[in-house]
Ligand binder design. Structure first.
Ligand code: SAM
Ligand code: SF4
Length: 399
């Protein structure tokens, strides 16, 4: 599973002065999704309220905060990288079993009482956003399998200082849920799809559902998401012959197809021969589309972005294997069990759930987060090199 990349990478084979003027504009959108909740604000929102209260989703947790979000030292590592992007894994559960991500029987799940509740997620997210995080991505597992997903979106999108609320989803149940999610403030979407051939989809995900994912992509376009990002993990011998078919999706629709280099982690179907490097994918696309042009990327972009003359959408490449992007890394990850990871490929995790449940004050949580961020390494190991020399037994996709 995704969180276990580091186990492969780390197996035997293998001061910033925060400027007060650095404030982030407020983007507060009021959605219409309201639900009543009762929570022990004293335990969970220490220092902000006292005792039990009944509040509605229409109240923002951030009501008492200053209007600007000064970037706090907590988010700056020892190399001056500012972490303004938080990925929150809402669940370890998933309704698919992609061969490169999960075994057929699924993964061992954290027992439900140890998974962060909605209120705990919101408390932590509030802490991050009030410290300068301006983008949150919801992921998993599959985030849409969480029953309280709409409410979580609504509450998060209401946090003052949050500019973008995104989600990465497999799209299986998205078409149905998307209108409400949009109403609840979901700003941007990545939908994963590795093949345009239904039979191959079933082979890869061990489930049916190709049509549902296509419906979700179309629903997202119809609802005005622009671009609709489509994540496609490219694997030699499986879908590398479909690269240009995927590019065709960008001709008439505002779809950003993102070709992702296949990455290794514990127990997946990693085989270095299955990696199609960025250079090769680029070559394939450039040969068919000679007008392919590189865009000006932002330093924190993990994607290399391209345009093709006359196409409404774009083409991108995520080169995690052959050209890592550690220097501009601005990401932190909060896992479903409340552990914080400062690097996807690093082994270290620190629990925020335990201190939270033991009644930690905001400043104590900030200290724990800040210390973890300061321990972040300048870069993770060169994965392609590790993989090349690993000489481990390889399992092949589909057999
Ligand atoms: N379930 C959601 C989904 O599939 O979109 C969100 C979680 S999934 C782990 C997030 C993204 O990671 C997906 O786009 C998926 O394709 C990608 N991914 C998973 N395993 C990968 C691997 N071994 N190499 C590259 N990308 C991978
Ligand atoms: Fe993993 Fe996402 Fe596939 Fe589920 S849908 S198995 S979380 S990549």
């Amino acid at each position: 599973m995704w969180r276990y990349f580091s186990k492969f990478i780390h197996s035997p084979i293998s001061r910033f002065n925060p400027s007060k003027s650095n404030s982030i504009p407020v983007n507060f959108e009021m959605g219409s999704y309201c639900a009543t909740r009762i929570c022990n604000l004293q335990t969970l929102f220490k220092g902000k309220s006292s005792g039990y209260s009944t509040v509605t989703s229409c109240d923002s947790f951030s009501e008492e905060k200053p209007k600007d979000n000064s970037v706090s030292d907590m988010l700056v590592d020892s190399f001056g990288r500012l972490h303004t992007y938080l990925r929150i894994s809402l669940t370890e559960r998933c309704n698919l079993r992609c061969q490169y991500c999960m075994p057929a029987e699924g993964v061992e799940l954290t027992p439900t009482p140890k998974v962060l509740t909605k209120i705990e997620i919101l408390r932590l997210a509030d802490l991050f956003v009030s410290s300068g995080v301006n983008k949150i991505r919801l992921t998993g597992g599959e985030p849409t399998v969480r029953k309280d997903i709409e409410d979580i979106c609504y509450e998060l999108s209401s946090l003052k200082g949050l500019k973008t609320l995104s989600m990465t989803t497999n799209g299986i149940v998205l078409a149905r849920k998307l209108p409400k999610l949009k109403e609840c403030g979901l700003d941007s979407l990545n939908i994963s799809l590795d093949t345009l051939v239904p039979a191959k989809f079933e082979l890869m995900t061990r489930r049916k559902g190709h049509e549902k994912v296509m419906d979700s992509i179309n629903a997202a376009v119809d609802l005005g998401y622009n671009p609709v990002k489509v994540n496609c993990v490219v694997m030699r011998g499986f879908n590398d012959d479909e690269i240009c078919d995927f590019v065709e999706l960008t001709r008439e629709k505002p779809i950003n197809i993102r070709f992702i280099e296949f990455m290794p982690f514990d127990g997946n179907v990693w085989n270095v021969k299955k990696l199609v490097p960025y250079s090769e994918m680029l070559d394939t696309v450039a040969k068919r589309y000679p007008s392919l042009k590189r865009n000006q990327d932002h330093p924190t972009d993990t994607a290399k972005n391209f345009m093709i003359d006359g196409h409404k959408g774009q083409v991108s490449f995520i080169t995690s294997m052959t050209e890592h992007f550690c220097a501009g890394c601005n990401r932190l990850r909060l896992l479903a069990d409340g552990n914080l990871k400062v690097c996807l490929f690093g082994p270290s995790e620190v629990s925020l759930r335990d201190p939270l449940r033991n009644g930690a004050e905001d400043h104590e949580l900030r200290e724990i987060i800040g210390a973890a961020v300061k321990r972040k390494k300048p870069s993770h190991a060169g994965m392609f090199d590790i993989a090349k020399t690993a000489n481990r037994p390889m399992i092949h996709i589909g057999g």
